[in-house]
Design a binder for this molecule. Sequence first.
Ligand code: MG
Length: 264
Amino acid sequence: MKTLRIVLTLVAMTAALAAQQAERKQPTGYTDTPLIPGSKWKVHDDTRPRPPVVTPGDAPGKPPSDAVVLFDGTNLSAWKNAKGGPAAWKVENGYMEVVKGAGNISTIEEFGDSQLHIEWRAPSPPQSNSQGRGNSGVFLMGRYEIQVLDCFENLTYADGQASALYGQMPPLVNACRKPGEWQTYDIVYTAPRFKDGKIDVPGSVTVFHNGVVTQNHTLIQGKTMHRVVPEIEVHGPRGPLELQDHGNPVRYRNIWIRPLGEVQ
Ligand code: MG
């Protein structure tokens, strides 16, 4: 009886191994296809590396398995102030809030090409108007501002509206929710590439504001400035994510980022 069990186990193991090997040998593509122009890979090339597996967040807006969570609602340990000390913004009830005069805060870790998810909420009831109403900002690499502003029934200049690339490109549409409601930015950012002290390939940014495309691969002209043309500043491949203290108690929550590698 014991011998039979051993034999059956061996048979089962051999069959499993054979199936595994057969699966490994099973081609899913083709070997007689042409090269994709500008690529070292053939069409449907079986030797081309498969992309890594990522588990999506368990609800829309939740971080996928490979995201770097920058703020989960509990503390500012991933952030610092302009002098490198602790970030002194308020944290309560799952959000952080700008503290007027505490200054901008930025991430300790630095990022280059990336996908960013960030949620924000302008104060309610609204105070002031134009650029004084719910103003903050998301600075990519600490340089390029995607404007945060309460633009619900609040007129201001076009390139200073919510989700504008500030001072350079207005959003395609105004997708602002009412003050007091949580809003989302989903941002895909490609850093500029420099060569010999000049821009070789401009950086670009795509923004979804509350799920609506507001920047569609917008080319970045240079560093965000106020009332002057953007300044080109040569920099490295990574920089911090920075949030602006513009004196208004704007809140943020659920912030995560995914560094983007290159497809093989
Ligand atoms: Mg701003």
